[in-house]
Design a binder for this molecule. Sequence first.
Ligand code: PGA
Length: 250
Amino acid sequence: MRKKVIAGNWKMNNDLSESQNLVSGIISGLGNDTKCDVIVCPPFTSLSEVNTLIKDTPVKLGAQNMHYEDSGAFTGEISNSMLKSVGCEYVIIGHSERRTIFGENDEMINKKNKKALESGLKVIFCIGESLEQREEGITNEVVKKQIVNGLMNVTPDDLMNIIIAYEPVWAIGTGKTATPEQAQEVHSFIRGQIENIYSKESSENLQIQYGGSVKPENAATLLSQPDIDGALVGGACLKADSFLSIIASA
Ligand code: PGA
């Protein structure tokens, strides 16, 4: 039985004191007995402080992005060792905002996935189709290509440290959610692709999160689908109450 995993992607929100308030609210509402994994992904500037606050709690820390080189002349970028030095266990790679706004392609995302895994970070690897692609009926092709290219040369052992987040781009921050059936259909397709590339066992162990306007009102039905193993939450993770309510649904 796969454990559910709820992650909050804070995006470019919350300065240091806002971050401290938010994570404190999450910790106090959560208590110690969570049945699912809980990950928070604050902006880089808050990672260190949030890490201090989550010590001895079930909450885990993730970053929102990472460069694929170890160090060097890459102004404005952040490396794997920097993330680990402030307590990150996870990193989100290939978020659609990175792909569309910042021009990240499958090749860069593959390099990032491999570097993160090689350095001991766990990856939340995001994939998903745009509205045009869905309307053209090529969702499966798009998702398959992102999986094949993004996971190129990722070993079966490394796959155990990957969570795939299926995030249809048209559902992110738009208030439009994929129906549980639409999401389940793609999740099941993704699991099938992982079985083709790796093995049945790998595909059965893989956690696949849904992301795209997950809120307290729709979390339970999405999370009740057989292949939906968690949620990557944007807008609704910025208030402790709504994030906690999504965690409770899991
Ligand atoms: P949203 O964002 O929940 O605000 O749609 C999800 C995400 O981008 O991970």
